[in-house]
Design a protein around this ligand. Sequence first.
Ligand code: CFM
Length: 528
Amino acid sequence: MNSRDKVLDKYSSKIYKNRKEHIIQFEEGEPNLIAADTRAIPGILTNRGCCYAGCKGVVIGPLKDVATIVHGPIGCSYYTWGTRRSKSKGDENTKDFSDYCFSTDMQETDIVFGGEKKLKKAIKEVVEIFNPACIMICSTCPVGLIGDDIHAVAAEAEELYGIKVLAFSCEGYKGVSQSGGHHIANNGLMKHIIGTGDAEPVKYSINLLGEYNIGGDGWEIERILKRIGYNIVSVMTGDGSVEEMKNAHTADLNLLQCHRSINYIAEMLKTKYGTAWLKVNFIGLNGIKKSLRDVAAFFNDPDLTARTEAVIADEEDEIKEAMAAFKTKLEGKTAAVYVGGSRTHHFINLLKSLGVEVVLAGYEFAHRDDYEGRQVLPLKMDADSKNIESIVVEKDPAKFKTFHTDEQLEELKKAGLPIESYDGLWAELSPNATVTDDFNHFETEEFVKLLKPDIFFSGIKDKYVVQKAGIPSRQIHSYDYGGPYAGFKGALNFARDVTLAVNTPAWDLVQAPWKREPTLEGSLGGTE
Ligand code: CFM
């Protein structure tokens, strides 16, 4: 029995029937079909978040010049504030509200009598105290249940204060995971922000999509891109701003780092404004080098190409020796990587370059295309996916522009440039890796026992369970308060953190108290 079957064997027949579709033993050259983006089984401790987490926490949250009001009980705000490590910096032209947490703090009376009044009051207060150019309202579960019309409140406030006010009906229960929230956020930004600016297009301009500046990743990527000579119009949404995003339609090319959370905007920008997109991965040396060369090939300018090679050589040179030294300490180790919807794939080439093999991989809420590649699109809709609105955009004749003609794009594709395509996790996964979609705590513990990875990459929900079992863990969502891990210098940070984690003698000293001494103590009494 392989490890997959051993774990599945412990389930009741009903759960087995469901989970067997979500767990596979990856085989190279095989179709490796996997079920994904379906409802988690009630009672299973899934690692997933909710729709509101995906909208407010992931996509909207990092926008620094927006005052985002959470319409709901205070707990929902607390858990999306100050935890995701999407770093930001304001300057004299851009206000940064990231240090604040705005919430309507709904109480029982608001739930019973309606919360619109409280929301209006909160907007007034935010305008008077902070004077933002844009307010976004994100609703949490009870708002959808009691039917507050946040869109009407937003429209009224927009009139009243003469600023942009957007509302997102991203109640936590919508869809099956945070993925639905990404989609809702993408729709709102596309409808109301992107394309509303009137900046003139600039040369070699790009948007960086699906980069959230966790631990400063986005800053490191921007530094490299600017060094080569690209003009960055907007970053969506790490350290991003509405001011920049308004002009996103003027860019020549969209680079897509996280496919899962923002492919909707990439597709809509293509249809409405003609902008081509390219999937990139700025994590890991092979990923970065390929991405930079692909972008250069798209623009096909000899100067840009030469600068790309010079920057690659220079940046790589700086870290080469140290990377090689860390590799000697990591060679032959194995890893488990369980993250949200794209990073599992992104980190594989970085781990491989350090001699570490991924034996256990998984996503929380990825869709089938993130595993198997976009050729599986379009996917069949079910009742849950139909709940999330899919908007249709049309060509904007006044703002539509393309860097290449369709024929030129076809030529580039034929030459091997992955324009508007994504091969998914399978493209880089090692044969025989075990893959678990929507992994839960039971499976995590069982697979870790069976496969005994030397290091476990995931998040705060499972980190300490694994560490208590004597296996080091690094969080790949938050980077454990370290980072950046993107770019050349980021790769070095990662190599150092992993080397220290794996090689510390502490893990050999971890022993559960019940293994050292018996938990039950007693003595036999006399016979009398
Ligand atoms: Fe994209 Fe992300 Fe991810 Fe994601 Fe996330 Fe994140 Fe993630 Mo945590 S947007 S899908 S919803 S890369 S917060 S920055 S690390 S689960 S793999």
